[in-house]
Ligand binder design. Structure first.
Ligand code: S3P
Length: 442
């Protein structure tokens, strides 16, 4: 199939597969890529980032950094960032546009709060609906001046500088909020501490170590501190681990399609991200995690996945939710084939992602003939149901588009994904990779 261009509205047709076979490496992790670009930008000297995510979101981060005076050279599989140091960013001459990227706007706001100038930052329609108070509140405590629509929505205007370190306990489990506070802390006078009641992905902490900022973590892992106003080393030659959240679509595809076998190489397996794998194994998923090693402080491994009979009841709530929040759409698709019941609670955050993901999942599953119960904070469905080919919607949400493309692989008849191009927000290669595994994607 031909390449899908950004911003085109495309409907993709997926039909039932024969044998699913594949052996490939996925582009770099989206979360780690954003952070690598931001840390490279404020480090002293050049960083050369390899396997940087091709996600549109991660390109938005580079665009914003360039607008702030950072030189970025983009070559196939090499992003060279000329770090400007902790005091080297310059006022942008235009409003920064993060596109669809929540990670960019929330984490970059932390850096912007540390600057002695004013920046306006915004994004697409979805970004302008997503809550920003969660980062505005702590940044105001640091001493930054922030204006935003209803004190909660983009566009956000940030005037920073002269920050004083804070101790902050985010009221929600969010790695973006934690990272925003730690990044602002790098520019503040004194030691900033984030108290995290529910653990979230720790890529920022890992990278703080890589750039020599020596974050301190309490024995119970709850308190993470960083001292401000230090110079940061460049990341140098840095290879981003493959994206586990993107891999999740291929992992579930291989588990639920008949006679499938897929090998995925060099995927990030940071324990703060791997709950989906544990859960899938718990219900009988044949996933071999091989060749585990450390790359720049981040664990990576290869995955060998084979078709599996999935059975057992899954009740997911509480702390585990933050660890698999991005994988819930594809987990719900997997659960349609489960001999048992999947219940998800405490996942209200899904309602303020790129789309209202609880709504998007439930609506598309129902269109495909699946009985599913919707809760304010989750959903429940009993599996061993037949997915029927239907026209579903991406709701302009990358993970919804990809999850339902996978559902289409095992559905009877043809599945159409309206707005399929949303996938490029995190994995522009998605449909091509799916086609390479032997599926029919038109
Ligand atoms: C991310 C954190 C999560 C996740 C998002 C990426 C990150 O968001 O859903 O896709 O890179 O820190 P929240 O921090 O809002 O939970």
């Amino acid at each position: 199939m031909s390449e899908i261009k950004n911003h085109e509205t495309t409907t993709i047709k997926i039909t039932t597969v024969g044998k699913l076979r594949g052996d490939f490496q996925l582009p770099g992790d989206k979360s780690i890529s954003h952070r690598s670009a931001m840390f490279a930008a404020i480090g002293d000297g050049q960083s050369r980032l390899r396997n940087y995510s091709s996600a549109r979101d991660c390109q938005s981060t580079l665009d914003c950094l360039e607008a702030l005076g950072v030189q970025v050279k983009r070559e196939p599989d090499l992003i060279t960032v000329e770090g400007v140091g902790i005091d080297g960013l310059r006022q942008a001459s235009q409003v920064l546009d993060v596109g669809n990227s929540g990670s960019t706007i929330r984490m970059l706001s932390g850096i912007l709060a540390g600057q002695n100038f004013t920046t306006e930052i915004t994004g697409d329609e979805s970004i302008q609906r997503r809550p920003m108070k969660r980062v505005i509140d702590p940044l105001r405590l640091f001493g930054a001046t922030i204006e935003a629509r209803d004190s909660n929505f983009a566009p956000i205007k940030i005037t920073g500088g002269n920050l004083k370190a804070i101790e902050y306990t985010p009221p929600i489990a969010s790695a973006q909020v934690k990272s925003c506070v730690l990044l602002a802390g790098l520019f503040a006078e004194g030691k900033t501490t984030v108290v995290e009641k529910t653990p979230t992905r720790n890529h920022t902490e890992v990278m703080l170590r890589e750039v020599g900022a020596s974050p301190e973590t309490s024995a119970d892992g709850e308190r993470i501190s960083v001292t401000g106003r230090q110079r940061l080393k460049p990341l140098g030659d840095y290879t981003v681990a493959g994206d586990l959240s993107s891999a999740a679509f291929f992992i579930v595809a291989a588990l639920i399609a008949p006679d499938a076998e897929i090998l995925l190489r060099h995927i990030g397996v940071n324990p703060s991200r791997t709950a989906l794998i544990d859960v899938l194994k718990q219900i009988g998923g044949q996933i071999e995690v091989e060749n585990q090693r450390l790359a720049h402080g981040e664990p990576v491994a290869d995955f060998l996945i084979r078709s599996s009979k999935l059975s057992g009841d899954l009740e997911l709530s509480g702390a585990v939710i933050a660890n698999l929040i991005d994988e819930i759409p594809i987990l719900a698709v997997a659960a349609t084939q489960l001999e048992g019941t999947l219940t998800i609670r405490d996942a209200r955050e899904l309602r303020v992602k790129e789309s209202d993901r609880i709504r998007s999942i439930v609506d598309n599953l129902r269109r495909m003939g699946i009985e599913v119960e919707e809760f304010d904070d989750g959903l429940r469905l009993t599996g061993k149901q037949t997915l029927k080919g239907a026209r579903v919607e991406s709701y302009s949400d990358h993970r919804i588009a990809m999850a339902f493309a996978v559902a289409g692989l095992i559905a009877t008849g043809e599945t159409e994904i309206a707005g399929a191009e949303a996938a490029s927000v995190s994995l522009p290669e998605f449909y091509n990779l799916l086609a390479r595994c032997g599926t029919s994607v038109q």
